[in-house]
Design a protein around this ligand. Structure first.
Ligand SMILES: *Cc1c(COP(=O)(O)O)cnc(C)c1O
Length: 340
């Protein structure tokens, strides 16, 4: 059966590099949204706990429940519920209206929109957001922002940093005035973490780097990370494709000599997307994919029993004209994950 292999040694290597950059593993909040970037939520949570991480980040409450026993703190990026939630759950306030959707005593982090304009309160809504959160008896534990272009050279990143600095200063003043405990501050994703020379926030929200990739443009620093995931599939059958015969839907590949080829048990239904027209792709061991990829099958110029389709997604991402994140999160969650 097609399966995903997760390389624990590589994952721990990436954890070492990121923890060092963040000045401690307690500063790393591992981002586990979208099935841990396609790697497998429970498998990655298990290994992250074993490594000693205590902070995780997910998109919704359902995901948080699945990993509740693995982490001390779980930040939920976009979900609300007017019910008493586990004390380890921290809900993001993406707009002032979110506050009234939560039960008393819910832990919250306030997200501030410093320029991405996707979610978060405006900087000038900070005082009113804090007032309303207090009125609704919520526990404000953190304040954060998200960069739109931490991976790109240019001034945008610094503009957002400056705005966030101002927000933090104001938040500190409000905390002092109202006698509130200090909020945890965080702004960095993977790209931003590795742009810092002296990281001094309370948390870094690290996703893609822990899985072994970073999209930073040169000349930005690129750490030595190692891909964690490889995708494998097994042979269903072999056959001789005679000179002049073609294979698969549309007959897009035609043999120019007799060749022995095989059909393997993976396809776009499993998340291994059809290649763009006229693009050829060879596996890491240099076997060509022949013709169109089917929903559950793929034809390859090989007779091997099992084939690794990729162990580093960068090349595929490039061929698909997209980013590593998109290829990884497309992998079907029902494919078996094996930790090696
Ligand atoms: C997904 C996400 C991250 C992680 O980003 P990476 O580039 O994968 O490190 C951090 N913060 C927020 C708010 C996110 O949505």
């Amino acid at each position: 059966m097609a399966h995903v292999e997760l390389n624990k040694q590589n994952f721990f290597h990436n954890l070492d590099i990121c923890s060092k950059q963040a000045n401690g593993k307690d500063k790393i909040a591992i981002v586990l949204k979208d099935n841990a970037y396609g790697h497998g939520l429970i498998e990655i949570a298990t290994m992250a706990k074993e490594y000693g991480l205590t902070n995780a980040i997910v998109q919704n409450i359902e995901e948080a429940h699945k990993i509740e026993k693995y982490f001390k703190h779980i930040l939920i990026l976009a979900d609300t519920k007017k019910e008493s939630l586990s004390h380890s759950f921290h809900i993001t306030i993406n707009t002032i209206e979110d506050i009234a959707l939560l039960a008393e005593n819910t832990n919250i982090h306030i997200k501030v929109d410093t320029g991405m304009h996707r979610s978060g309160i405006a900087p000038d809504e900070l005082q009113s957001t804090i007032n309303k959160a207090i009125e609704y008896k919520l526990n404000i534990l953190g304040i954060f922002t998200h960069f739109k272009s931490a991976d790109i050279m240019g001034s945008e990143y610094f503009t957002q940093k400056t705005i966030f600095k101002g927000v933090i200063k104001e938040a500190c003043e409000i905390c002092a005035k109202l006698n509130l405990p200090k909020f945890k501050v965080h702004s960095c994703n993977s790209s931003a973490l590795f742009r810092e020379t002296n990281f001094n926030e309370d948390l870094a929200r690290v996703g893609i780097a822990l899985y072994g990739y970073i999209e930073n443009q040169s000349p930005l620093f690129i750490p030595n990370l190692k891909p964690v995931l490889s995708l494998h599939s097994l042979k269903i059958s072999s056959r001789i494709l005679k000179k002049g015969q073609s294979v698969g839907y549309g007959g897009n590949f035609t043999a120019n000599k007799d060749m022995e080829i095989s059909t393997y048990d993976i396809g776009y239904g499993d998340g291994f997307k059809r290649l763009p027209k006229n693009i050829t792709y060879a596996t890491p061991t240099n076997e060509n994919i022949l013709g169109n990829i089917s929903m559950d099958n793929i034809s390859i110029d090989s007779i091997k029993n099992d084939i690794c389709l990729f162990d580093d997604v960068k090349k595929l991402a490039q061929l698909h004209n997209t980013i590593s994140y998109e290829i990884l999160t497309s992998i079907n969650p029902t494919i078996k994950r094996i930790i090696v």
